[in-house]
Design a protein. Structure first.
Length: 233
């Protein structure tokens, strides 16, 4: 248990900590500015995806907007259901698409599972965002979230800009794209692993609780997590 103090002492402690929070906010604003100033790369390959609106190219996923947030959702072709951690993230971003679209951005998820599997799982989870299958495409491999058996065996894959240390065929990520008035698509940013942490609103709400994320002592991070329809209460 922490110290129990008077209201005056609590205000003094909170005010002192507020100064650190403001410093963090300013540093994050600076980091966000630097992120926006990073160079872009032209996407040369015209990938094809199957989704709720039929076959679409990467350019088509923008759906009339100039910016695209594309979530690499872990769901392999042979899997019976989507990754529970990615499902946790999807619970956070499902309801924000309408707001993003009013800031000239679209949000979609992409997985390698066949479209019919994605649609069945999406119906089960009650999500409404557009979810596309990249099955048969190099897209997931090119953007560093899917790995061949040879890569897993030899350890020659790359994840989060470093040698692959996992034996998982699928890993999570987020990629950001921009399309100019001529229709050229640019890759502006990608994040993986803990880089996705700041985009999970539920986790950050837990961070202000007395117990925080309460994951110390668990066999592994998120060992507590279940798909939202699999909790016992």
């Amino acid at each position: 248990m922490p110290r129990i103090v008077s209201h005056a002492d609590w205000i003094a402690a909170r005010t002192k900590f507020l100064a650190k929070e403001k410093e963090f906010t300013r540093l994050r604003d600076e980091l966000s500015r630097e992120r926006r100033e990073m160079p872009w790369e032209r996407v040369e390959q015209d990938y094809e995806f199957a989704g709720p609106h039929g076959k679409r190219s990467l350019s088509g996923l923008f759906d009339g907007k100039s910016q695209l947030l594309l979530w690499h959702f872990m769901y392999g072709p042979e899997w019976k259901e989507g990754c529970p951690s990615c499902s946790f993230w999807a619970d956070n971003y499902d309801g924000i698409v309408v707001h993003l679209r009013h800031r000239d951005a679209n949000l979609v998820a992409v997985s390698r599972a066949p479209l019919e599997q994605l649609e069945a799982y999406q119906k089960r989870m009650g999500w409404t965002f557009d979810w596309y299958s990249s099955l048969g495409s190099d897209f997931n491999f090119d953007f560093g979230v899917s790995f061949t058996p040879e890569q897993l065996e030899s350890g020659t894959g790359t994840y989060n800009y470093a040698p692959l240390r996992s034996k998982h065929e699928e890993l999570p990520g987020l990629s950001v794209f921009f399309k100019d008035v001529d229709g050229t698509v640019f890759h502006t940013y990608s994040a993986y692993s803990r880089g996705l942490d700041m985009l999970n609103g539920a986790y950050h709400q837990m961070d202000v609780l007395p117990k925080g994320r309460d994951e110390d002592g668990l066999p592994y991070t998120m060992a507590w997590l279940r798909r939202h329809d699999r909790y016992e209460d």
